[in-house]
Design a binder for this molecule. Structure first.
Ligand code: ME8
Length: 631
């Protein structure tokens, strides 16, 4: 039987249109789901919208339409966006669906019959924007600690959930399941929050009309979070299709932003315990995309609209950027320069060039013939071994929910194949008919290499993957095996995958700040070759990188220059996240006089081009070893 894998995203509020944060979670979930499908799992991927509550009611009121009309409008934008991004969800659930309400009522009834729901009166400071009461611990100024908005003192009769009863069972559960809440930082936060004591939770409101009425008491509407969290059950048949529910529940992973981890890691498991239902395997809270160090959010009005970004760079490059540029779990400052770099380096240069080189070779040389090809030699064996190593890291990383690391492994293989193409000099072989058997071996290896690259990139770049696979017409047995004797039915060549972005398209999105234009110097002040030879330029491998505290632009890098590891400082922090540089091969001037920048010593300088004021670090095609002289 296939392994079952059930993944969810949060269901998003419909008070406003989706922004890059929503795209992020959904793309990550989609990539993980695609990876698991490729591994042969029986995948169920649930996403949807959270349509009830005061926030939606208020937004609709402002627009002079009903909440349901607003929901329908915004939901259609979600549908369009997910289609464009090729999000392959199994089901899209809306909390206004009838089947959802049935499941919510069942859950409410079961918990009430158990004695864990009782009626009382609630008074507290309520943040309408975040739909939650603020605890005394969190605020002294009565402002919401998350969005900074003012809170209102509310007092209302309501039903309470006996959350306090679950403090000890929750703590025991966390201890017995250290991987229940991930990453570890979130586990620790949640653990100490629960350790600090849990008060009963009001789970209905009399002040709100837009929601599911509480069973047996229509004066009360079920609190939006009780309603919303239940979607993970109702989305797989709870209350309406018991067979489906038995098959799917519990979820393997609930993925969400760290803003809502408490709802998922405290309230939700407590509700499930109260209803005697099994708990999900993992609650994974990813970090935030920040703008100017603050969370990108609708309440703060600093969101990035994914549409123009996708128009400028294409849909797939945005997917790739989101998956690759930040480790799942960490925060990251959004910068368009980083999107552009990912596009130009990883997609246009590494993947796009490799694909064009191989496609061009195949179409010029014609079909390689297996029977004519020389046997696999040391270069092919090395490449094959490299593939298996990268594949292992790729699979382990995706299984550990680290798409960025998985993609880095895929790119390691892309670099290796690029190196293989260069080293085997196919264009020279092509000129000599006697070398045809050798050339056929090289071509077959290139085709096989490209084929496995198409598999590697599928979770991030489904369309590019399809296009590559289509041109190769490979047989699909043992897809994950690197097979030197695989047969291909090559199709005609294809258009470039990721053409380099032209300058004028690049700057469309960004606020263009006045920058002194860098001009290309005229051919004067010529230097002699001896002058040039004074420079000790070397290939250097970045071993570690970190920001220089208190500066916006400076990174401190430790680089291996072959003879030693030394420290250099570079003004590239606005464009490069430190961790993305580790492992990169760059060019360093090793015999530059040391300098001290903001108190940090720099012994050398890296080479970079400046494009519209943004540094683009010079790197290599292939993989030269550290210390190699650049001349
Ligand atoms: O909270 N960076 O819906 P919501 C990364 N309806 N991810 C972000 C982000 C950012 N700056 N901003 C938003 C709700 N997100 C509830 C959920 S679930 C039972 C109910 C993503 O529309 C992230 O996944 O406010 C975050 O958790 C979610 O959008 C919040 O979406």
């Amino acid at each position: 039987m296939k392994d079952k894998f059930y993944i969810t995203t949060p269901i998003y509020y419909v008070n406003d249109n989706p922004h890059l944060g929503h795209v992020y979670t959904t793309v990550v979930a989609d990539a993980i789901a695609r990876f698991k499908r490729a591994q042969g799992c029986d995948v169920f991927f649930l996403t949807g919208t959270d349509e009830h509550g005061q926030k939606v009611e208020k937004s609709a009121g402002k627009l002079g339409i009903t909440p349901k009309e607003l929901a329908d409008r915004v939901v259609s934008n979600y549908f369009k966006l997910w289609k464009k991004l090729e999000i392959q969800y199994s089901r899209f659930i809306r909390t206004t669906d009838d089947v959802h309400a049935k499941g919510v009522l069942r859950l409410f009834d079961i918990i009430r019959n158990k004695g864990d729901i009782y009626s009382g009166e609630y008074e507290g400071w309520y943040c309408t924007s975040c739909e939650k009461y603020i605890t005394e611990r969190e605020t002294e100024e009565r402002r919401c600690p998350d969005c900074g908005k003012e809170t209102d003192l509310l007092k209302e009769p309501c039903y309470f959930f006996r959350l306090s009863r679950y403090q000890v069972p929750l703590l025991e559960y966390y201890r017995a399941h250290p991987d229940f809440i991930r990453p570890k930082t979130r586990y620790n936060e949640v653990y100490s929050f629960v350790e600090g004591g849990l008060r009963d939770l009001s789970i209905t409101r009399s002040s709100i009309r837009w929601g599911i009425p509480a069973p047996g008491d229509p004066s009360q509407v079920i609190y939006v979070w009780f309603d919303a969290l239940s979607n993970y059950l109702t989305g797989v048949g709870y209350g309406t299709d018991d067979q489906e529910f038995e098959k799917r529940w519990p979820a393997t992973i609930h993925l969400m932003g760290k803003d809502i981890v408490r709802f998922h890691a405290v309230y939700w498991p407590a509700f499930l315990m109260a209803a005697d239902l099994p708990l999900p395997q993992t609650i994974f809270a990813h970090g935030w995309w920040l703008q100017d160090e603050r969370k990108m959010s609708k309440s703060l009005g600093n969101v990035i609209d994914p549409m123009p970004l996708m128009e400028t760079y294409g849909v797939e490059p945005v997917r790739y950027f989101l998956l690759r540029d930040v480790t799942l779990g960490l925060d990251s400052n959004f910068s368009e320069g980083a999107v552009r770099n990912r596009y130009n380096f990883d997609l246009a240069n590494d993947l796009g060039n490799l694909n064009s080189r191989i496609q061009k070779l195949l179409s010029t040389a014609g079909m390689p013939e297996l029977t004519r090809a020389v046997p696999v030699g040391p270069a092919e064996k090395t490449l094959e071994a490299n593939y298996y190593k990268c594949r292992k890291t790729y699979i382990d990383s995706f299984n550990a929910y680290s798409p960025s690391r998985a993609l880095a492994a895929a790119w390691e293989f892309i670099t290796a194949l690029n190196g293989y193409v260069t080293a085997s000099e196919p264009w020279t072989l092509l000129k000599d008919a006697a070398q045809r058997p050798r050339l056929d071996r090289v071509l077959l290896t290139c085709a096989e290499g490209l084929r496995v690259i198409a598999l590697f990139i599928e979770p991030a770049l489904p369309e590019a993957s399809r296009r590559i696979a289509d041109t190769l017409g490979a047989d699909h047995d043992d897809v994950w095996e690197f097979h030197p004797e695989r047969a291909f039915k090559l199709n005609t060549s294809m258009k470039p995958l990721f053409p380099r972005i032209e300058e004028k398209r690049e700057i469309k999105m960004e606020e263009v700040k006045e920058q002194p234009k860098e001009t290309t110097p005229a051919l004067e002040n010529l230097i002699s070759i001896e002058d040039f030879q004074k420079l000790d330029l070397r290939v250097a491998e970045v071993k570690s990188a970190e920001r220089v505290p208190g500066t916006k632009k400076l990174l401190k890098l430790m680089v291996d220059i072959g003879t030693e590891v030394r420290q250099i400082v570079a003004g590239i922090a606005e464009v490069y996240e430190p961790e993305t540089l580790v492992g990169k091969k760059i060019i360093v001037i090793a015999n530059l006089k040391p300098a001290v920048l903001r108190g940090v010593e720099s012994r050398g300088m890296l080479l970079a081009a400046s494009i519209d004021g943004h540094p683009v670090v010079a790197t290599f095609e292939g993989n030269p070893s550290a210390g190699t002289i650049v001349k």
